[in-house]
Ligand binder design. Structure first.
Ligand SMILES: C[S@@+](CC[C@H](N)C(=O)[O-])C[C@H]1O[C@@H](n2cnc3c(N)ncnc32)[C@H](O)[C@@H]1O
Length: 270
């Protein structure tokens, strides 16, 4: 895949994720307000991707300024486009910056938000320490990660359900970085965790988007776990992700989606 194809693929997966799982964002905004004790005025979105969080935070905190940071100019261009289309452009600043080089200068934000991005940076603990120094005096960080991999099989005892379970076990064995728990790292970086919970999202009923999202995930298993799964599981995955195959996920209308997000809201200890 070329660089621009990879970006387009990631961007469309992020947008699908937002469409199907983005309902967690309003719950997260409410948890931020409770922990902060007021409505935030300045928010920074680290690793903003296509701007799902940027937009939700700008919508839920209608007076707030939001700064979106990402190392990818392609992603930042999408955030700019989203801000224009969503009418929150005047409150949004975008910044192309590699967080591996440290936090860019920030103007004492009330909230530093990092959704599914902290695990990408080279030294998350160092970034969290820098975030503590950059925050407004009573400011908080809000960190989001996936609470396990999304599940699509409507019934765990079917061929699809058992294959999905083997894929999840293999992903866990391969140490997929997307499933992480930041509780200890936050403590070691000098934070008090004010709020930690799992926000569950479920979708039932026929949905073309759920089928496309399932194809995205089963394609990830096929390509990233090729050394960890059996030959027969890989052959089954090939059928599931091939649009024309009779067994293709594209053709299934019975898929369900069960997903979750882990949220931490934490404040630097006094
Ligand atoms: C999985 S996406 C999450 C996007 C968004 N926060 C969301 O919730 O949909 C991770 C994002 O982090 C960005 N990223 C990864 N490493 C980074 C780094 N070192 N500095 C800045 N951004 C980075 C990627 O370009 C990507 O857009």
């Amino acid at each position: 895949m070329t660089h621009s194809h990879e970006h387009a693929h990631l961007a469309s997966a992020l947008d699908l994720d937002a469409e199907l799982v983005g309902g967690y964002l309003d719950d997260a905004a409410a948890a931020i307000t409770r922990s902060l004790g007021r409505t935030p005025q300045r928010i920074v979105d680290l690793g903003a991707g296509t701007g799902t969080g940027t937009e939700a935070l700008a919508r839920d905190f209608a007076g707030a300024e939001v700064v979106a940071v990402d190392s990818s100019p392609e992603m930042i261009a999408r955030v700019d486009e989203r801000a224009r289309a969503g009418g929150f452009e005047s409150r949004t600043t975008t910044l192309v910056a590699d967080l591996d080089d440290g936090l860019p200068p920030l103007d004492s934000p009330d909230v530093i938000w990092a959704a599914m991005s902290l695990h990408h940076v080279a030294d998350p603990a160092a970034l969290l320490r820098q975030a503590a120094a950059a925050l407004a005096p009573d400011g908080v960080v809000a960190i989001v990660e996936m609470a396990g991999l999304p599940r699509f099989a409507p019934d765990a005892d079917t061929a699809l359900g058992t294959l999905e379970a083997r894929c999840h076990a293999a992903a866990s064995g391969a140490g997929w970085e997307a499933i992480v728990d930041w509780t200890d790292t936050l403590g070691a970086a000098g934070y008090d965790v004010l709020h930690r919970d799992t926000i569950h999202v479920a979708r039932t009923g026929p949905s073309e988007s759920v089928a496309r999202y399932a194809v995205h995930w089963f394609s990830q298993f096929r390509h990233r776990l090729a050394d960890d799964l059996s030959g027969s599981d890989l052959a089954s995955l090939d059928c599931l992700i091939a649009p024309a195959d009779p067994a293709s996920l594209h053709k299934r209308a019975d898929l369900t989606l069960r997903a979750g997000r882990l949220l931490w809201v934490a404040r630097p200890a006094a």
